[in-house]
Design a protein around this ligand. Structure first.
Ligand code: WTA
Length: 633
């Protein structure tokens, strides 16, 4: 969401950390550690030492072939081994690893030892199906323990997982499966959503009709929903059948530090979503370090990240980082306001959650109900709060700080991306906070705000956010699209990473992120490309051409505003509007929240035929149209 610059410029409040928080935090040491030596490699090497390596690395960072950086060169390691097996030999063996809860009040507690056995059984099951290191496995699953087990089992085998968010629909799901030539699909009979069961299997079946590579479909019996099997080819097997009688031992695959770990798709400005490729060792070191140091994780913590595992937030901070630290991670399946808007605070009270990480859009939504709900529950177990996904407006920050944090505990406003894998700009628990600012780059990372030519802009002025140092959890490539990798991220400012965001830096060196600099929308924190929504519109018979922009929305941050050129004989009346809304929802899933649709005669285009969304945006916001010299007419 593009923030109102005036509001931000006037935001002068500073909140200093509470003494208790500072005392507990063990960050001073590592910050000074880095500052002392300014030795990036040594800093990250120290962080990597905490893991069990099968073979140690020769070199921490190889930057001889930029931007194809390599981390922990020649190191051999396995992530699942470090996230699960390592704890079996310690007193954490019987500690709860995954605490699953849902909107119906069901609960499942899985200890590290139980998780270890379950992952091993499932890994053996996958091996029996012929899954090998390097194979791609698709997952279309709700927030259920079996999703974590499936991901960890792939990681243990060395298979590359590709999780498709269960709120995306058939189109994106098929596209990803086919692009990756996935051999296996893991799905479920359904997911709970606001008192209903959404039949995921039905969507999966529809998708499978268009898949030519999936050999086996594994179905998790999650809701007990009676599903119809459309299994004509005999390729379906239930999760329970697959692991029945399997051995609960499995030897983790020896992975090279740079072996692929997973591919996760995210929207870019143009074309199809990008398959972001993350690799093994650097990712582990990056996510574990940031979670431990930013959220000050200790042995007695109960960690709750409300993000869905179908997005990077869930990959990094619902599953991998917390398990790598031996923490208990709460996996919650349900909406923030069902059965009522007190559900999250009720969960915090019930389980004694200590660290709580969520999205600004959820806070803005809950804020609308005032302080009535937070007041009912005892949330005093909380020690640190956090947000991610979009800029948090100061009002939402203050509401969170007062009503949930009781003005005592800090909020970590973490800036990062699917591409970065880990937090890059974020406060530490000891950082003085300014509401709405993600503060400063984390230790080991340098960032700046520059103009189109790469020159730093004066303090307080808006510009493009770049990252100047490599970081271990950085993505390594786009799946089978090296050219786009270079062009989208590394070409504009050679040697630096172009984040695609607009930001400002203030006189204290604090960063204020203002939104995307490209045609990517942020709807309720979900990233969605204008071109994807446009394609969905155009696939409807009534639509000849479409252009969409993001329009500010008080809760969602942005919603879609569409300008449509209709085919002859069509008028944008109530019936067609309803029809189009359903159509786009069917094509993309509920993530594409539509606002107004406007019928127009033509779209503003450049002479080479590119839609000028900038003009549409300016007109919509009543602003000056700017330079229109390239406009066609
Ligand atoms: C935005 C989500 C402001 C930003 C982890 C970025 C933020 C995009 C923040 C990445 C924040 C994320 N403040 N903006 N704290 N965190 N963003 O890939 O525009 O879904 O480029 O990753 O979200 O979205 P993605």
């Amino acid at each position: 969401m593009a923030q109102d610059t005036d509001v931000l410029l006037n935001e002068k409040r500073i909140f200093n950390p509470d003494e208790q928080v500072i005392k507990r935090a063990n960050v001073d040491k590592w910050e000074s550690e880095l500052n002392k030596g300014k030795d990036l490699e040594k800093y990250w090497a120290n962080k990597a030492e905490q893991f069990e390596w099968f073979q140690k690395w020769d070199k921490v960072l190889d930057d001889s072939n930029k931007p194809f950086y390599k981390w922990f060169v020649n190191g051999k390691i396995n992530l699942a081994y470090n996230a699960v097996d390592r704890w079996i030999k310690t007193p954490k063996r019987n500690q709860v690893a995954i605490l699953y809860a849902n909107e119906r009040g069901d609960e499942r507690k899985i200890t590290y030892y139980e998780l270890y056995r379950e992952v091993n059984k499932f890994a053996n099951g996958l091996i029996n199906l012929g899954v090998k290191k390097g194979d791609r496995v698709s997952m279309y699953l709700p927030m259920c323990p079996e999703l974590l087990v499936s991901m960890l089992a792939c990681t243990k085998i060395g298979a590359i997982h590709n999780v498709v968010y269960s709120g995306l629909s058939v189109g994106p799901f098929v596209e990803r499966m086919n692009e990756l030539k996935a051999k296996i699909l893991i799905t479920a009979d359904g997911t709970y959503r606001r008192g209903k069961i959404i039949d995921l299997k039905k969507i999966a079946d529809e998708g499978l009709l268009q898949s030519h590579t999936v050999e086996t479909v594994i179905v998790v019996n999650h809701t007990g929903n009676s599903i119809e099997s459309s299994d004509l080819s005999g390729r379906e097997i239930s999760y329970d059948r697959l692991i029945e009688g399997e051995s609960d031992e499995f030897k983790a695959e020896l992975m090279d530090a740079e072996d692929p770990l997973f591919i996760l798709h995210t929207s870019g400005s143009t074309g199809k979503p990008k398959g972001i490729l993350h690799t093994t060792a650097g990712y582990m070191v990056g996510v574990a370090t940031t979670l431990r140091d930013i959220f000050d994780i200790h042995d007695d913590d109960l960690w709750w990240c409300t993000g869905d595992i179908g997005w990077i937030t869930g990959h990094s901070y619902v599953i991998y980082a917390p398990l790598l630290l031996g923490t208990t991670t709460l996996v919650y399946e349900g909406a923030p306001d069902y059965p009522d808007p007190g559900i999250w605070w009720r969960m915090v009270e019930r389980y004694g959650v200590t660290k709580f990480y969520t999205a600004p859009t959820a806070i803005r939504h809950l804020m609308r109900f005032g302080n009535r709900y937070p007041k009912i529950y005892n949330t005093s177990s909380l020690k640190i709060l956090g947000t991610v996904g979009e800029p948090i407006n100061p009002e939402a920050w203050m509401w969170f700080y007062k009503n949930i944090g009781k003005e005592k505990i800090p909020i970590m406003d973490t800036w990062w991306q699917t591409e970065t894998g880990m937090h890059l700009i974020s406060p530490l628990p000891t950082t003085p906070l300014k509401p709405g600012s993600a503060t400063k780059p984390v230790p080991g990372v340098e960032a700046d705000v520059v103009d189109g030519k790469g020159n730093p802009v004066p303090l307080g002025k808006g510009g493009f956010l770049i990252i100047k140092t490599p970081w271990p959890a950085m993505f390594r490539n786009l799946y089978h699209d090296e050219e786009r990798f270079i062009n989208s991220y590394w070409k504009d400012y050679p040697g630096y990473y172009n984040a695609g965001d607009i930001a400002r830096k203030d006189e204290d060196g604090y960063f204020w992120i203002q939104g995307r600099s490209d045609d990517v929308l942020k709807i309720a924190g979900h990233r969605i490309g204008t071109s994807e929504v446009e394609s969905a519109f155009v696939s409807h018979p009534a639509v000849a051409e479409a252009a969409v922009i993001g329009k500010s929305d008080p809760v969602k941050g942005q919603v879609v505003k569409a300008f449509l050129v209709l085919r002859e004989g069509y008028q944008l009346k109530t019936k067609l509007i309803e029809d189009l809304k359903l159509h786009v929802r069917y094509e993309l899933g509920p993530v594409a929240v539509l606002g107004e649709l406007d019928q127009v005669k033509s779209l503003p285009k450049t002479r080479s035929g590119k839609i000028m969304r900038r003009i549409l945006r300016a007109r919509e916001e009543g602003e000056d149209l700017g330079d229109t010299s390239t406009l066609e007419e």
